[in-house]
Design a protein around this ligand. Structure first.
Ligand SMILES: *[C@@H]1O[C@H](CO)[C@@H](O)[C@H](O)[C@H]1NC(C)=O
Ligand SMILES: *[C@@H]1O[C@H](CO)[C@@H](O)[C@H](O)[C@H]1NC(C)=O
Ligand SMILES: *[C@@H]1O[C@H](CO)[C@@H](O)[C@H](O)[C@H]1NC(C)=O
Ligand SMILES: *[C@@H]1O[C@H](CO)[C@@H](O)[C@H](O)[C@H]1NC(C)=O
Ligand SMILES: *[C@@H]1O[C@H](CO)[C@@H](O)[C@H](O)[C@H]1NC(C)=O
Length: 576
């Protein structure tokens, strides 16, 4: 049976099997069995439903001469979606993005444009692509643009009807990329800007820096950063009710050229790195440098098929009530082999902490011909642990701030930024695998189903303008639907969620669109509604309609939902 059944397993199959009385476990077994049997067959999720472009459910923002809507910032407090475009920042209504509240144009200056022409740059390159938008407070934003290869940042003041720049443009190397096509990451926390990008025009000085207040940066060493392509940065507030008196940490995600593997071709690896918020650098060694920079390899693979998803495309941090349950979701592709497969892997805080706070370090060993090999460091590790934040243990030695740390700890931290232990994904397997789509952006929302269980719903944008809604239930992956976002194919360049509004926002080269997290009413029958296995939707017997669960009040008894099994046995039989 298996060979005939072929590669593509509809992910909603389990629902049908359940209908016919076969157990879901059998399907799962088949699914894995198939994979192992046929080398060429690749686990793949087919969306249960494909919705072609229809403007009824999608709101669009487009404006004459405006393009490259690459940066989005959701502000739920003021009900505003801020959009960074080419030469402009827009403030749109979060409820309906076709309504523009205010806009600011910010062109690169004449002499910058002249300079660009002298450097032989063409049109489309001497513009100011707005790439960073950060909230300082409800009235002030920090904004950065490429400014014709001369990155500049400024403060923007906004009230509900007017927006303007303060004109305090400052030189902003290492905060914002020089070119709009380069990958970067940034974060603004407590008045400090954390940014990961290139520090120079040529791109030979990659940097993770902190600016605006306590300036700090990475060392310019290939052991720290080796031709990185930055993807994401986020904070985990680990200081909150922490028994060890530990600090908050910034996690940085990127792909870089590996120093630890020896292949003929330059192998790329995905990394998770972190620094501590309270880091102030060292006194003599690592002066004005991070003393807490540590990185590890982020693994996403299917060992059975020898798939190594080594190129990271995007990362989303699923925040939870307690930081311990925080989960990072990453989208990956491969450098070699099957380039048509995208995967999603999830990483728990527990694993990440284990690696950084208990793992072994890697160290350089010089071989013949002064060739350097990175191997697990077997020597003595100084105490307190190099690269650790200042915590109660460090304080017990009298080290209250990083400036107090002795030279030997700082030296070790400087020379051993890479962990030997790797960060493996939850379940040691991807949570989603998709063939034939190139995933570009992800957001995840946790939704509690009628069964009182939490489901992490993944919304993923593709490079041809689709939005996938996927889940992983106890190892079974499925895609509820794929939805076409634009009339003609364009890449999803930015994806943001407003949980409060139940809306997703998508930026692309030519437009911004808004789409609801769920469109339950598209399911017209009980069977359809329940088989969709959409955690946002349930069949209401009272109103004989597929309804959004969140909007229901009172009697939940009358609702039918079966996310895990797609069990339609409670549905009224057809024809009644
Ligand atoms: C917002 O931030 C700006 C810039 O730091 C500051 O001048 C202003 O007073 C702040 N406003 C409020 C309401 O906190
Ligand atoms: C917003 O700011 C503009 C210019 O500073 C001012 O004219 C306008 O009255 C302000 N609007 C509100 C609602 O505060
Ligand atoms: C660290 O703090 C403790 C308690 O506040 C203090 O006694 C000690 O002198 C401080 N150490 C340094 C090096 O400043
Ligand atoms: C995905 O990317 C590959 C390589 O860049 C390209 O050949 C392919 O056409 C893309 N697929 C889709 C569906 O856009
Ligand atoms: C900007 O948008 C235009 C079309 O809207 C696209 O052709 C161009 O590649 C974009 N530029 C960048 C740097 O993304």
């Amino acid at each position: 049976m298996s060979k005939e059944l072929k590669v593509e397993i509809p992910c909603s199959l389990i629902g049908f099997l359940k209908m016919s009385g076969t157990s879901a476990v059998l399907c799962l077994y088949l699914f894995y069995g198939l994979m192992q049997e046929a080398e060429t067959s690749i686990p793949n999720c087919i969306p249960r439903k494909t919705v072609k472009y229809q403007n009824g459910n999608i709101k669009t923002f487009m404006k004459h001469r405006l393009s490259n809507f690459s940066t989005l910032l959701v502000n739920e407090e003021t009900g505003t979606l801020f959009v960074g475009a080419r030469d402009a920042v827009l403030a749109l209504d979060l409820e309906d993005i076709s309504i523009e509240k205010a806009s600011v144009y910010w062109f690169s200056s004449q002499d910058r444009q002249q300079d660009c022409i002298h450097r032989g740059k063409g049109k489309g390159e001497w513009e100011n692509y707005i790439l960073l938008l950060h909230k300082i407070n409800d009235t002030n934003l920090y904004v950065c643009g490429t400014n014709a290869f001369h990155p500049a940042c400024d403060y923007m003041v906004f009230n509900s009807t007017d927006a303007h720049l303060q004109g305090k443009a400052e030189d902003s190397k290492g905060k914002c990329p020089f070119e709009p096509t380069l990958k970067y990451a940034s974060l603004l926390v407590d008045g400090e800007l954390y940014s990961a990008t290139s520090n120079n025009f040529l791109g030979t000085e990659p940097i993770i820096r902190r600016s605006l207040r306590n300036h700090l940066r990475t060392d310019f060493k290939t052991s720290w950063l080796n031709e990185p392509s930055f993807v994401h940065m986020d904070i985990v507030k680990e200081s909150e009710s922490n028994p060890d008196g530990d600090d908050d940490k910034m996690y940085v995600f990127f792909t870089e050229t590996a120093v630890e593997f020896e292949f003929y071709d330059k192998p790329l690896v995905s990394r998770i790195a972190r620094v501590c918020k309270g880091d102030l650098g060292g006194k003599r060694i690592l002066q004005k440098r991070w003393t807490t920079f540590l990185k590890s390899r982020l693994v996403c693979s299917v060992p059975e098929l020898n798939f190594q998803f080594n190129i990271l495309q995007d990362v989303f941090l699923l925040k939870t009530a307690g930081w311990q349950e925080t989960i990072f979701y990453g989208i990956f592709t491969q450098q070699w082999g099957r380039l048509d497969i995208s995967s999603v892997c999830a990483y728990s805080m527990e694993t990440i902490q284990e690696v950084f706070s208990k793992g072994n370090y890697k160290g350089p060993v010089t071989m013949e011909h002064s060739h350097v090999k990175w191997v697990v460091y077997g020597g003595e590790v100084p105490i307190p642990r190099p690269g650790a934040c200042i915590d109660n243990f460090a304080r017990s030695f009298g080290y209250n701030i990083s400036l107090d740390l002795p030279d030997k700890i700082l030296q070790f931290a400087r020379d051993h930024p890479l962990m030997d232990n790797v960060v493996n994904p939850v379940g040691n397997w991807p949570v989603l695998l998709k063939r034939g789509s190139n995933y570009t952006r992800i957001v995840v929302e946790r939704i509690v189903g009628l069964d009182k269980k939490a489901y992490n719903v993944m919304f993923i944008g593709t490079d041809n303008g689709y939005l996938h809604k996927g889940l992983n239930c106890n190892g079974e992956m499925f895609i509820v639907e794929e939805r076409q976002l634009f009339r003609s194919p364009e890449p999803v360049q930015s994806l943001k969620l407003s949980s409060r509004k139940g809306l997703l926002y998508v930026g692309s080269p030519s437009q911004v669109v808004q789409v609801p997290v769920s469109l339950c009413h598209q399911y017209q029958h009980c069977l359809d509604c329940v088989l969709a296995r959409d955690p946002y939707c349930a069949w209401s017997q009272a109103s004989a309609a597929c309804v959004p669960v969140a909007k229901q009040i009172g009697d939940m008894q009358n609702l039918i939902q079966s996310i895990k099994y797609g069990d339609v046995s409670k549905c009224p039989s057809l024809g009644t």
